[in-house]
Write a protein that binds this ligand. Structure first.
Ligand SMILES: [Zn+2]
Length: 146
């Protein structure tokens, strides 16, 4: 397993306490667990796919005589460089989303600080913008192009 997620229980507890004290339950724990499951599953699939891609590439490339030499070459960074762009971007996004779950920021819009909304998150768990901000962004992008 190339990617590991460390869960600091003290931080999680502290964050929960802060949320409780502030009285704003942005998303309940069950929901967070639900999204964490989805994200971890997706991440696993992506890494599996990526590993296959990398393995396929290695077959056609030069072979390393010593298997331990090869093992050292297959570092995290190397691995990330070798996998396809699309997968790499998604892996990064999923890892960030998982970090936000640990930080207690998951489901909060990066731009306006509002709740993103469970339905939107279900459709796209890695999103960082609420639908309003997303619309506004798209509108301004269109305005720039035309
Ligand atoms: Zn927003």
């Amino acid at each position: 397993m190339l990617f590991r997620f460390t869960l600091c229980l003290t931080c999680v507890k502290r964050q929960r306490l802060t949320n409780e004290l502030r009285g704003d339950v942005l998303m309940d724990e069950n929901m967070q667990e639900y999204f964490k499951d989805i994200l971890l599953k997706r991440l696993e699939e992506l890494i599996d796919e990526a590993e296959k891609t990398v393995a396929g590439m290695t077959d056609t490339e030069e072979t390393f005589p010593d298997p331990t030499d090869r093992a050292t070459l297959e570092s995290d960074r190397n691995f990330m460089l070798r996998i396809r762009d699309r997968e790499r971007k998604l892996i990064v996004k999923i890892r960030e989303a998982l970090e936000r779950i640990e930080d207690g920021n998951f489901g909060v819009c990066e731009l306006c600080g509002d709740d993103i909304g469970i339905d939107r998150l279900k459709a796209r768990p890695v999103t960082t913008h609420c639908i309003e901000c997303k619309r506004r962004e798209e509108a301004s992008e269109k305005a720039r192009v035309t």
